[in-house]
Design a protein around this ligand. Structure first.
Ligand SMILES: *[C@@H]1O[C@H](CO)[C@@H](O)[C@H](O)[C@H]1NC(C)=O
Length: 205
């Protein structure tokens, strides 16, 4: 894609979705959800990352991230969340990317600064395993996006994003910050959410 003729918000959205695609693949690798042979080592932004090889997995991660491009560009996406569930479809761990793209920013995008910032996320992610929880047996995972405001009715693409039927936690979650950066026009935080220790272990009947 030609980035030259785009607004800074368009450029940044492109960089962010590419970054999210790589980061989500790294998270799924980190959690050991699939055997290591489902991934291959690649270099991205000069960091060794794990890229999904399985066509369905690759295509799922690609379509969710690139599907968000227009909404990230317009500043509508507040959080992109990778959620791991137990077999009862109760979330056990969430990797939350909270982001904001400054819509008033008009200057030229300093892509090198932005890449430097995003690179720091990837480096932190590759060593984040000790702060994560063991993966439950027979669980599942998915990527969910939370919008800041609902896109208009005319936005057919946005309507493909349906609410998930996941069980909610009753108590506010425990939060573990991983990394945050502010590199105008992008601010982004990555943190983990775990169920509170007072969270009932079994979903209510
Ligand atoms: C957004 O960008 C404008 C113009 O560059 C700047 O003045 C403003 O401080 C930025 N806002 C935030 C919240 O960073």
């Amino acid at each position: 894609m030609d980035r030259k003729n785009q607004t800074p918000q368009g450029q940044i959205a492109q960089v962010v979705v590419e970054f999210l695609e790589v980061a989500i693949s790294c998270i799924v690798f980190l959690k050991g959800f699939y055997p290591p042979r489902a991934f291959e080592r690649r270099r991205y932004m000069n960091v060794v990352v794990q890229k999904a090889l399985h066509p369905e997995l690759t295509s799922y991660i690609h379509s969710v991230t690139f599907g968000l491009l227009p909404f990230i560009q317009k500043g509508l996406v507040e959080r992109v969340v990778v959620i791991f569930y137990d077999k009862g479809h109760v979330p056990t761990e969430k990797f939350v990317f909270k982001l904001a793209v400054n819509q008033s920013y008009r200057s030229k995008l300093e892509e090198a600064n932005l890449e430097f910032a995003l690179r720091a996320f990837l480096i932190r992610l590759t060593v984040a395993e000790p702060v994560t929880r063991p993966l439950p047996r027979d669980g599942s995972w998915e990527v969910t996006a939370y919008f800041r405001s609902l896109p208009g009715d005319g936005d057919r693409e946005a309507q493909l994003w349906i609410p998930t039927d996941a069980e909610l936690w009753m108590q506010p979650p425990q939060i573990t910050p991983i990394k945050s950066v502010s590199c105008d026009p992008l601010t982004m935080q990555l943190y983990l959410e775990h169920p509170s220790v007072t969270e009932p272990k079994e979903p209510p009947a």
